[in-house]
Design a protein around this ligand. Sequence first.
Ligand SMILES: Cc1cc2nc3c(=O)[nH]c(=O)nc-3n(C[C@H](O)[C@H](O)[C@H](O)COP(=O)(O)OP(=O)(O)OC[C@H]3O[C@@H](n4cnc5c(N)ncnc54)[C@H](O)[C@@H]3O)c2cc1C
Length: 177
Amino acid sequence: MKVIIIGNGIAGSNAARYIRKMGDHEIFMVSGEGQYPFSRTALMYIYMGHVPFAGTKLYEDFFWEKNRISLVNKWVSQINYSEKSVVFEDGSTLPYDKLIIATGSKPNKFGWPGQDLKGVQGLYSLQDLESMEQASQTGVNHAVIVGGGLIGVEMAEMFHSRNIPVTFLVREKSFGM
Ligand SMILES: Cc1cc2nc3c(=O)[nH]c(=O)nc-3n(C[C@H](O)[C@H](O)[C@H](O)COP(=O)(O)OP(=O)(O)OC[C@H]3O[C@@H](n4cnc5c(N)ncnc54)[C@H](O)[C@@H]3O)c2cc1C
């Protein structure tokens, strides 16, 4: 049986590992974010220089080949349920017998004017980290964070580690978890 898992976060990676333990299925794990699964919760520590990206990978690179889990580094743009195939952004396709969707979540957007401008971002993916890094290196002298949850607090700490002043907009009376 050919299994495709869309998403290589903790959910997708664990699904792949356990499916392998259960039998000899052909397994493909797809992610547009990057080829190798890493610990998303460590994003802030990469920015702050506490750990290199390689140190956040869930397993050594050889693990996936050894366990015959094929890693596909592409974005899925469509699922063709009637033909049982996944369509990638580059137009190529991959057929499946079973499909697992483990695509995680993404930052909320509310239709605010300017929300798609350069420099306005969330912090969820490696690509978000990259753009935060780029902005930090190109002379940002003030950051505004909207939302006082875990990610907002982490971003404040990240900017603070680079001496970038932050204004923190929090709806509630307190911030944190
Ligand atoms: C900065 C940060 C700090 C966090 N800290 C904590 C913490 O301290 N404790 C805690 O419990 N949780 C924390 N979380 C939450 C935790 O990381 C998530 O709950 C967890 O990563 C979700 O795992 P997942 O496998 O469901 O999805 P994800 O990790 O989001 O993985 C989904 C994958 O699917 C890929 N994908 C999505 N759409 C497509 C597509 N169309 N084509 C191809 N690939 C696609 C994505 O690129 C991604 O790689 C944190 C999250 C962030 C962002």
